[in-house]
Design a protein around this ligand. Structure first.
Ligand code: ATP
Length: 317
């Protein structure tokens, strides 16, 4: 199997008494988008700082494109791009000047730097705003500039920190398309995000961190299948039929839940064919269905359950 471009093996990090990371493993292949999820303080920033050589791990190893972050810092820094709270651009400078400056800092001469800046401005649809100070950019433009700034050195690995926070839905989709394009071009992306919809849409694999430990890992579909619950929601035509319907459903082997008032019954189901069983049981009990809904588990269910229940156990390292 090809070597992963991002690899953390049993990484721990302590700040005095605080154990910010506790034996974390992460592996991201070439051209893959990996989501790092967790509450504030879970250890996401600490891990990204270690992977980008801004911090040394207390123990364990981390490699980027095969380079050890503790021993080959310069090679690692050449291979990566940082965005968001991990890096900054100058608000007073124009988009073009920011990108040119970064290219010069990375060793390009002024002609090469200007040409790389213009190429990225074009790619990210910012040419028209190239000479405006970025303090005047909209949120979506600013985020596109942030990402383009991290790509000046053509990195093979990029760390994206909450790339769509605060953006409107159109701008958010625009950023998602850019991230997908990067992965298609072979860039490995480590994405920290609070938006589970974003992780669901973009990430091939997700690592869920809690208090410095990995508590779940898998594809979005695997995580949802493990933890989430499919649910059928039935609204009856008459609230008076609720006791009859509940009895019929229980008799059919289902586990109906009702609310304090109203004509709604929700029934957890394992397979979609259970839907037919529910409808048949209600028909046979002569209760009239006004509305029928079927909901798949979401990543929110996974996240809430694993991060709020004491049962959220770290996965083996
Ligand atoms: N320099 C530091 N000194 C002491 N403690 C620190 C330091 N940096 C981080 N911590 C602690 O380590 C833990 C992990 O913090 P970290 O910033 O990595 O979490 P996070 O998941 O990135 O949170 P957020 O989503 O808020 O950025 C927290 O308890 C934090 O207080």
């Amino acid at each position: 199997m090809a070597q992963p471009l991002i690899e953390a093996t049993n990484v721990t990090k302590s700040f005095g008494e605080v154990k910010a990371l506790n034996g974390v493993n992460v592996s991201v292949p070439e051209g893959s988008i990996h989501g790092l999820l967790g509450h504030n303080g879970a250890g996401k920033t600490t891990l990204v700082h270690i992977l980008s050589t801004l911090l040394q791990p207390t123990s364990g190893t981390a490699r980027i494109c095969g380079f050890d972050v503790a021993k080959n810092g310069q090679d690692v820094r050449r291979a990566i791009g940082l965005t968001g709270q991990f890096a900054s651009v100058d608000e007073q400078l124009s988009g073009r000047d920011n990108l040119t400056l970064i290219a010069r800092l990375l060793g390009a001469n002024s002609r090469q730097a200007r040409s790389r800046a213009d190429e990225l401005l074009e790619l990210f649809d910012l040419t028209a705003a190239a000479t405006r100070p970025i303090s005047q950019y909209s949120g979506g433009m600013r985020r596109r500039l942030d990402i383009s700034a991290s790509l000046v050195g053509s990195p093979r690995v990029i760390f994206l920190d909450e790339p769509t926070t605060g953006l409107d839905p159109t701008a958010r989709v625009g950023v998602w398309e850019i991230v997908e394009r990067l992965a298609n071009d072979g860039v490995s992306v480590l994405l920290t995000t609070q938006y589970l919809e974003e992780a669901d849409r973009l990430c091939e694999e997700i690592t869920l961190l809690s208090k410095g430990s990995v508590i779940a890992r898998g594809t979005p579909a695997e995580l949802k299948a493990d933890v989430g619950q499919r649910m059928v929601t039935v609204t009856l035509a008459s609230e008076a039929d609720i006791p009859l319907a509940v009895k019929a459903l229980e008799h059919a082997g289902a586990q109906p839940n009702t609310q304090e008032s109203g004509a709604v019954i929700s029934v957890p189901v394992a397979v979609s064919s259970d839907l037919a069983l529910i409808v048949r049981a209600l028909n046979e009990a002569h209760t009239e269905i006004a509305e029928l809904g079927f909901s798949e588990p979401t990543l929110d269910d996974v996240y809430l359950r694993l991060t709020h229940e004491p049962g959220g156990q770290p996965v083996p390292a």
